[in-house]
Design a protein around this ligand. Structure first.
Ligand code: CA
Length: 225
């Protein structure tokens, strides 16, 4: 499941467009059409990030932000009107993490969202598994090599996670099958080999690193170079 984003925006057409784009990127999105509702939802603690329009009915975005910040450090990106220089300054003063000026290119908004989510709660005790230049953020389901994101399927991710958690230890195919596919698995143990091949092509080959090693007749191990 992707990160959850609250979109507080009263312009329905814009809100729908942004919602579609965010969902397409894998985020879960909830919309709030006015400031009061937006604040109430933002305070629920259910969201990883809030997109907050400034000109809102019932309560302005600035007021929402001020009240939200008394209780929550959830990342907030303000959506400001063109030339709203004053808005930008006071938004950042009030604890916004970033702002995007309307009309914005969706790519720009997506980049700001990714950055804000990356910076969120640094050192907040989230689980990070590493091997050499590879890093896996378990909670956010993200894998990077040299900072570059690698797209993995769920099975590939689970397999890599299992290997990383046992870094330096050789795991047999059976052990990998058990922990990644589970006991209800029906099929051949060479599924492991198939998925190891997928991982190697996305990691070792793509980045020219030697991460996943075969131990002949036994299984697989991740070793740091
Ligand atoms: Ca508005």
């Amino acid at each position: 499941m992707g990160e959850r984003i609250l979109l507080v925006e009263d312009e329905e057409k814009l809100a729908r467009m942004v919602e579609l784009e965010l969902k397409y990127e894998g985020y879960a999105v909830e919309k709030a059409p006015d400031g009061r509702r937006g604040l109430e939802r933002a305070l629920s603690g259910e969201f990883d990030l809030v997109l907050l329009d400034i000109m809102l009915p019932q309560m302005s975005g600035m007021e929402v932000l001020r009240r939200l910040r008394r209780e929550s450090q959830v990342p907030v990106i303000m959506l400001t009107a063109r030339d709203g220089v004053v808005d930008k300054v006071s938004g950042l003063d009030s604890g916004a993490d970033d702002y995007v000026t309307k009309p914005f290119a969706i790519e720009e908004l997506l980049a700001r969202i990714r950055a804000a989510l990356r910076n969120r709660g640094d050192g907040g005790g989230r689980e990070l598994l590493t091997a050499g230049e590879l890093a896996m953020d378990v909670e956010r389901h993200r894998v990077t090599v040299r900072g570059q994101e690698v797209e993995l399927t769920k099975k590939e991710f689970d397999l890599l996670r299992c290997l990383l958690e046992n870094k330096g230890r050789v795991l047999t195919r059976e052990a990998l099958l058990d922990s990644v596919w589970g006991f209800d698995f029906v099929g051949e143990t060479n599924s492991v080999d198939v998925y190891i091949r997928f991982l190697r092509s996305k990691l070792d080959d793509a980045f020219n690193i030697k991460l996943i090693h075969t131990v002949r007749g036994v299984g697989y191990v991740i070793r740091e170079e």
